[in-house]
Design a protein around this ligand. Structure first.
Ligand code: PLP
Length: 420
C-alpha cells in the first residue's frame, strides 16, 4: 500500500522536477526572499560563483570554456591541493579506513588516523595536544564558549575573521573590540578588563583582506603585563610563515608566549577541509568534553585526514616549498611596485592590489580574466568604503612566467582603466 502511494507521490512531482511548497506562509516566504535577493543585487554585493571543471591548481579550466586560466585567488599557498603525494595519501586512507565514520568522535568516530593527525599537528606547532574539527570555522565557533564564562573577558581585533566574531558572540564573557592592530587601544581595553578573572586576546595571525601580520610581539608583551592569554587564528600562516613554516608565532619569535592556536587544513595544508585547536593539554581535554561543534558533528572523513597528514609530512621534511612561495611572492610584489601599483601588507602571499574605487576593482578583475588571469575584486562591505582592491594570492606552484604574465596583464589593464 505505502509503496504504491510513495510511487504515486513521486510520479506526481515528476522525476527531478522541484516541488514548490504550497500555502500562504510559503508564498509569503518566497516573496520576502526574492525581495531580499533583489536588495543584494541592487546593493552590488551579489557574490557569484565561477564553476571550475579541473583540479585546484595554478592553471584552471572553467566550466563552459576557459582553459589555461592562471589562478591567483586560491588559498593554495603551497600548491599541495593537487600534489600527487597528497592525493595518493587520500586514496590510501579512503581504501583502508572507508568513506566516513557515520558518527561523532566520542561515539564511534575516532580512528587511529585521527589520533595520529592530532599528535602530528601538536608536534608541528610544538604544543602539548591538538583536537580536530570539521573546519576552522567550527574550531573558532567552539572554543570561546567552552573556555570563557561571564567572569572572563575576551579582547578581539576589530578585523578578525567572521568565525572568530561568531565564536565570541556565542560565549558569555565580557567582550572588548580593539581597533585593528592598535596597541594603545588594546592596552586601554586590557586595563578595563583587569576586573575580570581571565583575559584572552584573540587575533588573526595574518589578516586575509590586507595581507598584514598581527604585531604579536607587542600583543604578547601587553598580555604579559596585564596577565592575559593570547589566541591566534593561523589560517593564513600555518605551513609557510616563519623560518620553518610554523606560523606567525615562529616568524615573530613568540612561540612560547602564544597559548592557543586555531588553524585550518583547508588552505596551505592540502586544502581539503578541516580545522583544529592546538595548545595546553587540559584545554584540549576540555574542548573534547564541551566544545559543541566537536561533540555534535561528524568526524573528519579519512581521505581528508590522509591529505592533511601527508601535507604535514612534506612540510616537516623540508622547507623548500615555503621558500619557493616566498621567492615568488617577492617577485610579484617587487614587479608590481615597479609598475606603479600599491600592494598592501608585507612579504605575505596575499597581495592586495589597492585601487580604492569599487567599480574600478570589479571591471579590472573582469578584464584580467579576459586576459586569462583569474583574480577577484573586493569592495565594501567586505573591505572598508574607498578601499576596494583586487586580491592576488601567490602559490609555490606558480611559475615565474605565471607571475610575469599576471604583472603584464595588470599593467595593461591598469593603464586601460586609468589606475596607473
Ligand atoms: N579563519 C580565517 C582567518 C579564515 O580565513 C578562514 C577561512 O576563510 C577560517 C577561519 C575558516 O576556515 P575553514 O575554511 O577551515 O572553516
Amino acid at each position: 500500500m505505502w509503496r504504491a502511494a510513495a510511487v504515486r507521490a513521486l510520479r506526481g512531482g515528476g522525476a527531478g522536477v522541484p516541488r514548490a511548497a504550497s500555502g500562504a506562509a510559503a508564498a509569503q516566504l518566497r516573496r520576502r526572499l526574492e525581495s531580499e535577493l533583489e536588495d543584494i543585487r541592487v546593493a552590488g554585493t551579489w557574490k557569484s560563483e565561477r564553476v571550475i571543471s579541473s583540479r585546484q591548481g595554478p592553471h584552471l579550466r572553467l566550466a563552459g570554456g576557459g582553459a589555461g586560466i592562471i589562478n591567483f585567488c586560491a588559498n593554495n599557498y603551497l600548491g599541495l591541493s593537487s600534489h600527487p603525494e597528497v592525493i595518493r595519501a587520500a586514496v590510501e586512507a579512503l581504501e583502508k579506513f572507508g568513506a566516513g565514520l557515520s558518527s561523532v568522535r566520542f561515539i564511534c568516530g575516532t580512528q587511529s588516523i585521527h589520533k595520529d593527525l592530532e599528535e602530528k599537528i601538536a608536534r608541528f606547532h610544538q604544543r602539548e595536544d591538538a583536537i580536530l574539527y570539521a573546519s576552522c570555522f567550527d574550531a573558532n565557533a567552539g572554543i570561546f564558549e567552552a573556555l570563557l564564562t561571564p567572569e572572563d573577558a575576551v579582547l578581539s581585533d576589530e578585523l578578525n575573521h567572521a568565525s572568530i566574531i561568531d565564536g565570541i558572540r556565542l560565549c558569555k564573557a565580557n567582550k572588548y573590540r580593539y581597533k585593528h592592530m592598535d596597541m594603545q587601544d588594546l592596552e586601554a581595553k586590557l586595563k578595563e578588563a583587569q576586573k575580570c578573572r581571565l583575559r584572552l586576546v584573540a587575533t588573526d595571525g595574518a589578516f586575509s583582506m590586507d595581507g598584514d601580520i598581527a604585531p604579536l610581539r607587542e600583543i604578547c608583551q601587553l598580555a604579559q603585563k596585564y596577565d592575559a592569554l593570547v589566541f591566534i587564528d593561523e589560517c593564513h600562516a600555518t605551513g609557510f610563515l616563519g623560518p620553518s613554516g610554523r606560523g606567525t608565532d615562529e616568524l615573530l619569535g613568540v612561540m612560547d608566549k602564544v597559548t592557543i592556536i586555531n588553524s585550518t587544513l583547508g588552505k596551505a595544508l592540502g586544502g581539503a577541509a578541516g580545522g583544529y585547536t592546538t595548545g595546553p593539554k587540559p584545554l584540549i581535554d576540555l574542548l573534547r568534553q564541551r566544545s559543541r561543534p566537536y561533540l555534535f558533528s561528524n568526524s573528519l572523513p579519512p581521505a581528508v585526514v590522509g591529505c592533511a597528514s601527508k601535507a604535514l609530512d612534506l612540510l616537516m621534511e623540508s622547507n623548500a616549498i615555503a621558500q619557493s612561495m616566498a621567492a615568488k611572492t617577492q617577485r610579484f610584489r617587487s614587479k608590481m611596485a615597479a609598475a606603479g601599483f600599491t600592494i598592501s601588507g608585507k612579504d605575505h602571499p596575499i597581495c592586495p592590489v589597492m585601487l580604492g574605487d569599487a567599480r574600478l576593482a570589479s571591471v579590472m578583475a573582469e578584464d584580467m580574466l579576459n586576459r586569462g588571469i583569474y583574480v577577484i575584486g573586493f569592495s565594501y562591505p567586505v573591505v572598508p568604503k574607498g578601499k576596494a582592491r583586487i586580491r592576488v594570492q601567490i602559490s609555490a606552484v606558480h611559475s615565474d612566467e605565471d607571475i610575469d604574465r599576471c604583472v603584464e596583464a595588470f599593467t595593461e589593464v591598469g593603464r586601460k582603466h586609468g589606475a596607473l
